[in-house]
Design a protein around this ligand. Structure first.
Ligand code: GAR
Length: 203
C-alpha cells in the first residue's frame, strides 16, 4: 500500500509536524508529509520542513484570497488530508467545503477549553485532568468530531509551561496515530461521532 499524501498547516514551532514526519519514516506508516504551509514567514516549522527535504511554503495574506492560494497549492500537490498543527487561524466554511478532510490537534480535552491558551484556561479553572484532542475541523473553533483524546494529570503546582510540556508529549503520540487511522480508512464519521473501525487485512 502506498503512502497517502498529507499537507500540514503551521504557524509556529512545528513539533507536532515533526512527530508526524518521524512516524512516516517507517515504510509501513500509511501517510507521508508532502507539503507544509505556514501563514507566518518566521515560523520555525518551515525550517524544520526544509531540513527534512519537504516543501515548506509561506503564504502571505489573509481571507479568501489566502485560502484560494492554499487550495490551489494543495490541489497541485494532490494532498488528501490536511493536518493543522499549531495553526492559529480559523478556516472559512467555503475553504472547508473545497478542501480535503482537515484534522486539528488541541491541547485540552474538548469541549473543555477551546480557543487560545487552553493550558492556561485549564489551570485557572482548577481541573485535575486535562489532555489533548485530535478532531476533524468544522467551521467552529475546536468544535468538530473528536477522533482521539488522552488525559494528562494536572498537578496542583503546575504552571502553564509545565502542563503544556506534559500535554505536548502526549500530543506527539496521538496525532501520528490519528493520521494513521485515517490513512488506513479506519475512521467513520457518524454525525458528531467518529467511529474507529477494525483494521482490514494488510495490503
Ligand atoms: C500544540 O500544543 C497544539 O496543540 C497547540 O499549539 C501547539 C503547537 O505546537 N494548538 C492549539 O492551541 C490550537 N488551538 P507545535 O507547533 O510544536 O506543534
Amino acid at each position: 500500500m502506498g503512502q497517502k499524501k498529507i499537507g500540514i498547516m503551521v504557524s509556529g514551532r512545528g513539533s507536532n509536524m515533526q512527530a508526524i514526519i518521524e512516524a512516516s519514516r517507517d515504510p509501513n506508516y500509511p501517510a507521508r508529509v508532502e507539503l507544509v504551509i505556514s501563514n507566518r514567514e518566521e515560523a520555525p516549522a518551515l525550517e524544520k520542513a526544509w531540513k527534512e527535504n519537504i516543501e515548506g511554503v509561506f503564504i502571505p495574506g489573509i481571507g479568501r484570497e489566502w485560502e484560494r492560494k492554499v487550495l490551489d497549492l494543495i490541489n497541485e500537490h494532490g494532498i488528501e488530508l490536511l493536518c493543522l498543527a499549531g495553526f492559529m487561524r480559523v478556516l472559512s466554511p467555503e475553504f472547508l467545503a473545497q478542501a480535503p478532510p482537515v484534522m486539528n490537534i488541541h491541547p485540552s480535552l474538548l469541549p473543555a477549553f477551546p480557543g487560545l491558551n487552553a493550558q492556561k484556561q485549564a489551570i485557572e479553572h482548577g481541573v485535575k485532568i486535562s489532555g489533548c484532542t485530535v478532531h476533524f475541523v468544522d467551521s467552529g473553533v475546536d468544535s468538530g468530531p473528536i477522533i482521539l483524546q488522552k488525559g494528562v494529570e494536572v498537578n496542583q503546582d503546575d504552571d502553564e509551561e509545565e502542563l503544556a510540556e506534559r500535554i505536548l508529549r502526549i500530543e506527539h503520540q496521538l496525532y501520528p496515530r490519528a493520521v494513521e487511522l485515517w490513512a488506513r480508512d479506519q475512521l467513520e464519521i457518524e454525525g458528531r461521532k467518529v467511529r474507529i473501525k477494525e483494521e482490514k487485512g494488510h495490503g
